[in-house]
Design a protein around this ligand. Structure first.
Ligand code: MG
Length: 164
């Protein structure tokens, strides 16, 4: 059994395009624009997946699910997250807590914060109190500020799963 805590960082950025569905945290958020990507372009789940893989020092999402592989075209990102969760459990860890920051000028994330936390907790098999989702704007600066992209940062802490 592992005997130490492990922390991991994941970040992601995707470009907005008009008319696409906006998939975030496994949910569809009503908006005029969605994110462009090879999979369903769920930047939040990509960053969570990368944070978990980072905590385990098991590479990154692009290594396990290369965009060049046509099997992952339009793939639901819940699949990538499930893979990382399985690796975490196999290694004898469970999530202690997760903190996410979503940066976008639009849509407003705050009205969806509760639903995002609940869905992340469901996907991560933990309680809502272990999952934080925060939202910011980029104050009109850079590509995010120009409404061309959405950016996500996620930090996780893993703890050894207690022996039964
Ligand atoms: Mg991505």
């Amino acid at each position: 059994m592992p005997n130490s805590f492990r922390t991991g960082l994941g970040t992601d950025i995707h470009r907005f395009r008009k008319g696409l569905p906006l998939i975030l945290g496994g949910l569809e958020i009503p908006h005029t624009h969605g994110l462009v990507g090879h999979s369903d372009a769920d930047a939040l789940l990509h960053a969570v997946t990368d944070a978990l893989l980072g905590a385990l020092a098991e590479g990154d999402i692009g290594e396990h699910f290369p965009p060049s592989d046509s099997r992952f075209k339009n793939a639901p990102s819940t699949e990538f997250l499930a893979f990382a969760l399985e690796r975490m459990q196999a290694r004898g860890y469970r999530l202690s807590n997760l903190d996410a920051v979503i940066t976008a000028e639009a849509p407003k994330i705050a009205p969806h914060r509760g639903a995002l936390r609940e869905n992340l907790a469901r996907l991560l098999e933990c309680s809502v109190s272990q999952v934080s989702v925060k939202a910011k704007t980029a104050e009109g600066l850079d590509a995010v500020g120009a409404r061309r992209a959405l950016h996500v940062q996620v930090l996780v802490l893993l703890e050894p799963t207690p022996k039964k």
